[in-house]
Write a protein that binds this ligand. Structure first.
Ligand SMILES: Cc1cc2nc3c(=O)[nH]c(=O)nc-3n(C[C@H](O)[C@H](O)[C@H](O)COP(=O)(O)O)c2cc1C
Length: 209
């Protein structure tokens, strides 16, 4: 009985904490933007960032475009995944802290309150980009296969998400760079990732000089 009550208290506390930490994003704007062919024509990599924040609406649109839910009945997403396993978590580092994108709630869960943008890569500009997205795979969602295959699958998933981000940036007049030159172990350590979560790639987004 004592243990049952203790479990209830723990569950209640965890739920309350979870609810408190969730920061609701404005509804994503699913219409407008540049026509697809124009966005494709303007998609490019740029590293010329200035330290200027995105608006909440831009962050909302960016994350929805990246890997938001676009079919509410099936909870499927703007990027495909093998067997619909949706293993990629998007960690978001900004001037205001580190967050994880919760697609179900279209919200951010705050993890740390400090500016950890510089952790996400070796290149000097990462500290200035408004947002550094860090793509993390939850390997437990990738079924019973080798880690090598899981890495290939997760990297493919990131490629789709990354292109969504590039196209959103082209449409919105923002710049972006998808990045493999990162210290995965250092990032995992700083983000205090649980066992079975692996950092795959990062991508910077922001304003151009
Ligand atoms: C898998 C992958 C890894 C990349 N890693 C980096 C990186 O670590 N740093 C960087 O500055 N650019 C990186 N890039 C961006 C490429 O340099 C860029 O896409 C390429 O030069 C072509 O330019 P474009 O994107 O404008 O067509 C990466 C791109 C991809 C697809």
């Amino acid at each position: 009985m004592k243990r049952f009550i203790l479990t209830l208290i723990t569950l209640f506390t965890m739920n309350t904490l979870f609810a408190q930490e969730l920061i609701e994003l404005p509804k994503p704007q699913k219409t407008g933007g540049k026509p697809l062919m124009e966005a494709l024509n303007e998609r490019s990599t740029s590293r010329d960032f200035i330290d200027k924040e995105l608006t909440e609406q831009q962050l909302s649109n960016l994350l929805w475009a990246a890997f938001g839910i676009n079919r509410s009945d099936s909870k499927k997403r703007t990027a495909p995944s093998s067997h619909n396993n949706q293993d990629i978590l998007i960690y978001v580092t900004t001037r205001n802290g580190v967050f994880v994108y919760n697609a179900q709630e279209h919200a951010l869960k705050k993890i740390f309150g400090e500016d950890m943008r510089a952790v996400s890569g070796h290149q000097n500009f990462v500290k200035d980009a408004a947002v550094n997205l860090i793509y993390v795979s939850d390997f437990s969602k990738l079924g019973k296969t080798t880690d090598e295959i899981k890495r290939i699958t997760a990297a493919t998933h990131c490629g789709f998400i990354g292109q969504n981000v590039y196209l959103y940036c082209a449409s919105e007049g923002l710049i972006s760079v998808f990045r493999a030159w990162i210290n995965k172990e250092k990032i995992a350590d700083k983000l205090q990732l649980p066992e079975g979560f692996e950092v795959i790639y990062s991508q910077s987004v922001g304003y151009s000089k």
